[in-house]
Design a protein around this ligand. Sequence first.
Ligand SMILES: Nc1ncnc2c1ncn2[C@@H]1O[C@H](COP(=O)(O)OP(=O)(O)OP(=O)(O)O)[C@@H](O)[C@H]1O
Ligand SMILES: [Mg+2]
Length: 343
Amino acid sequence: MNRSRSPKFVAFAASLIAAVISSVAVAILTKNFIATGINLLLVFGVCYFIFIVLLKKFIYDKIKLIYRNIYRFKTRSTETYGALDKKESDPIGAVSKEVLGWMKENRKEVNDLKKQENYRREFLGNVSHELKTPIQNIQGYIHTLLDGALNDKKVNERFLSKAAASADRLVELVENLTTIGTLEEGQSIDIQEFDLLKLTKDVVEMVENIANEKSISVVYKKQNPKTLQVHGDRAKIRQVLLNLLVNAVKYGKKEGEITIGFYDMDKVILTEISDDGNGIEEEHLPRLFERFYRTDSGRSRDLGGSGLGLSIVKHIIEAHQQTVNVRSTIGVGSTFGFTLKKG
Ligand SMILES: Nc1ncnc2c1ncn2[C@@H]1O[C@H](COP(=O)(O)OP(=O)(O)OP(=O)(O)O)[C@@H](O)[C@H]1O
Ligand SMILES: [Mg+2]
């Protein structure tokens, strides 16, 4: 508390000045020491009493109103409000503290709202952009077929299968968005104990076809932990492994190698999936797990990506209260890792 701002101090100082001035006058006029002394005490006492009553009443009444309004605004309540303590010796200080706190709170709220607004705008823009391409493709192929290509045996089947591929992409996109939506809503995960190695082998089988197309082989690190029993939502971890393995194939080099390693980290098992593709530039790494984020949109789109896979991975792993990470070296490859509680 700053004493110099309190009404008592102001009243004391003002009364002292008045008492000293009047006493100097009395001393000059009467040259009487006792009269001067009595005057000093009397003037000081009376002035102090008047000043303190006036000051307190004026300040207290005004400040009380401000204080009450701020408090009401802060708590968003019309029924309860903070009362300024009548014994508060520094009402102005108390109010300025309150205003400062209120300002900080408001600034944070405004910043949060701005962030949400930007996020919403960006998200809507991304969604419509991603939906537009497959819809336009489907529309284009169907109209071309209707305009006569349907009877052209050389192209009709090709156009139909291209339209079907775009429809599949549309469905996949909507499914991915729904997955993110439900994960963000905080849908509870179904934790069970399962064999992570077995699940990984199942998923590797699922990507075998696309890996074979690029002559990529999948190998396991030699020194894997003895037991790979973990706690987690099996179906969701399958999705994590699938997204990471599909990426490793998509962005890995032809005739390359994908390495899967499991590491015992005391309470958790760390799973790492490494590829020997082009790698990712360091500037992209912090944003890689954001939805719709692609390092090179042109190339990634050629590969059919919409930038949702890693965002889903992050959401799932965070729903398990575990961590996901990435390290990458240009020209050498990338490694994506995530942890899971041991079973
Ligand atoms: N193993 C990897 N090597 C190099 N780049 C990668 C790798 N994995 C991801 N990326 C980069 O990160 C981006 C985001 O990956 P993410 O899986 O989220 O999206 P996507 O693969 O483009 O699309 P989706 O997974 O939704 O089909 C990719 O577009 C790619 O540029
Ligand atoms: Mg992907």
